[in-house]
Design a protein around this ligand. Structure first.
Ligand code: ZN
Length: 583
């Protein structure tokens, strides 16, 4: 969903871009703008510029640019909605709930639940540090989890007392209803209250915005009748199908790659050896909703589940969900240990890294799993197996990919390449309905060529100088810009100018939903053009309008089949070539 333009503008207005950015990199005033060291690339002399008038930033070193939203999205690795929430939070602006109407009672309730989780997490942590936390500390010592890691994950301990948290929350002034709704306390049929978690090592579950939204707890009493792991139930602030453990830490990974593991302890063990891009699902199978969250931060995933049957099953289940969502999957399987945590303590961090680097493609993993079902010494079974392998490979949409994996499959199985090729081709010929794997390529950076430069500066001039606009509009129109974003932008600029409306760069950029478009438009508004030397300006304008028009006519000529139109276009192009605009 997208919030209304009014809300987006309100929140932007309340968050001055200089204030916001200044808390990430120190800015110094220079003329009309502020400059500082760019937080997006390494530099020793400042090329990062922030304009308080335009409420935009631009880095002349790496080209980063945008509004306060784009800044928060890039620096915090948030999507637009999260950036909006973050900025709204920063100024205590009440955002409507998802259905578009603002339910203040629900918002209040959620805030109360966040507060409850915050103080309970703190209490669990204090329990761990106190004398009663010995049993949990002993366990963590045994597992080799050091002090820093315990703090980093906010680990805690729930006392072996049936109503410790209930009493604690009552003392803090919360009433029974909200305490029960937090999921931390259960109300029994005879109206007594008892804690959900007691005698457990506690793992706070934290969302991308850094709020504690629930807990996982590991039993330390070794009671055969209690579950080894227990999680918070779904509440207004927590839904286990939509959250991933440690996403608050993993989201900051720069490689857009996440490692998917099974349990809390795997995440923590990996983080302790410096692998921070790790998440785990919370006691539920990996599903589509998890992907929505994960996709904000990664386009590659390594699955690293336990080496038992359940782990293999979970892997085979996760692969198609990931693939369908355009995520590149590799599979790592621990050998010689039951899980990653045990692997690290047995073989050390270095061997673990090596093992991660050798993670197999998901295709190879599927082939190896299939291989277990066949006896390849039996010629008939070998034929069947070849068919199965070919089926897996035929799902790949790119011939190059197919070629790579046919090679790999041939090596794994010692079936000849030609035989697999033949089978794959038969499948492809017979079945054109095989679901294709969507290979979403990352968006290409805008090629900053002459044409792009010309379009940017003419758009900037049209938007910021009404006198020049009135002259230039006789020669150029929005469609001349060809590029979809620029055409849209030009249309809005023309419309606002013709209606004598002011033009604000940041506001205009945010009229576009696509983030790349927002950045592209911000870049236009952050240009620096010297209007004082009119001779030089006149030459620049003439040169650039010619470049834009030439591209426009060339496209027209190229795409026109009608002889008459074609001749007209050629004629217009010639006329325009000789034209000189006096400003
Ligand atoms: Zn930069």
């Amino acid at each position: 969903m997208r919030y209304s333009d009014d809300i987006i503008e309100d929140v932007r207005f309340g968050n001055d871009i200089v204030d916001v950015i200044n808390s990430y990199t120190s800015l110094k005033q220079r003329g009309n703008s502020y400059v500082g060291l760019c937080p997006f690339h390494k530099e020793s002399t400042p090329s990062f510029s922030v304009s308080p008038d335009k409420q935009l930033y631009h880095c002349f070193g790496c080209g980063a640019s945008g509004t306060v939203y784009n800044f928060i999205m890039d620096i915090e690795n948030y999507d637009f909605l999260d950036a909006l929430k973050y900025l709204a939070d920063r100024i205590n602006y009440p955002l409507p709930e998802h259905n578009g109407t603002f339910d203040s009672s629900l918002a209040d309730k959620k805030q109360t639940l966040y507060n409850i989780h915050k103080i309970v997490a703190k209490k669990f942590y204090e329990n761990l540090c106190g004398p009663q936390g010995k049993i949990a500390n002993d366990y963590l010592d045994k597992r080799g989890i050091n002090k820093n890691t315990r703090i980093k994950f906010g680990l805690g301990y729930s006392l072996f007392k049936k109503d410790d948290i209930y009493t604690f929350l009552k003392q803090n002034g919360y009433d029974d209803d909200i305490i029960v709704e937090s999921g931390l306390v259960i109300k029994s049929k005879n109206n007594t209250f008892f804690d959900r978690f007691f005698g457990r090592l506690m793992f706070p579950i934290i969302d991308v915005q850094g709020r504690v939204i629930g807990f996982g707890g590991r039993d330390l009493t070794n009671n055969k009748n209690t579950a080894k792991y227990l999680n918070s139930p779904d509440t207004p602030i927590f839904n286990k199908s939509y959250n991933l453990y440690s996403i608050n830490i993993a989201k900051n990974n720069k490689n857009k790659e996440l490692i998917l593991v099974e349990g809390y302890m795997d995440v923590i063990a990996l983080c302790q050896v410096g692998i921070n891009n790790v998440v785990a699902s919370l006691g539920t199978a990996f599903n589509e909703n998890h992907i929505k969250l994960l996709k904000k931060y990664a386009n590659k995933v390594i699955t690293l589940f336990d080496s038992d049957d359940a782990g293999i099953k979970a892997t085979l289940r996760a692969i198609p969900i990931l693939i369908e969502n355009g995520i590149y999957v590799r599979v790592a399987q621990v050998k010689g240990a039951k899980d990653p945590d045990e692997f690290i303590s047995k073989f050390g961090a270095n061997s673990f890294l090596q093992f991660l680097n050798n993670a197999k493609s998901y295709i190879s993993f599927q082939i190896i799993q299939k291989m277990k079902d066949y006896n390849l010494n039996d010629p008939i079974q070998k034929v069947e197996f070849t068919k199965e392998v070919s089926k897996i490979i035929s799902h790949l949409s790119s011939p190059v990919e197919r070629d790579v994996f046919i090679n790999e499959a041939s090596q794994i199985t010692s079936i000849s390449k030609d035989a697999i090729y033949e089978e794959v081709n038969i499948i492809l010929a017979n079945n054109s309905n095989i679901p294709k794997i969507i290979n979403k390529k990352p968006k290409q950076n805008i090629i900053n060529n002459k044409l792009d430069e010309a379009r940017q500066s003419i758009l900037y001039i049209l938007a910021t100088n009404i006198k020049l606009y009135n002259i230039l509009k006789q020669y150029i129109s929005p469609n001349d810009f060809l590029d979809k974003t620029y055409v849209e932008l030009a249309k809005i600029i023309f419309m606002l100018n013709d209606n004598n409306k002011p033009i604000y760069g940041a506001e205009l950029a945010l009229k576009f939903e696509d983030i790349e478009e927002q950045k592209k438009i911000s870049k236009v508004f952050m240009l620096k053009i010297d209007f004082s030397n009119s001779d030089k300006l006149e030459k620049i304008i003439n040169d650039q309008i010619k470049i834009i028009k030439k591209a426009y006519f060339d496209k027209l000529i190229l795409e026109n089949d009608n002889i008459e139109n074609l001749q007209q276009a050629l004629k217009d192009k010639k006329i325009f070539d000789k034209l000189y605009i006096n400003i």
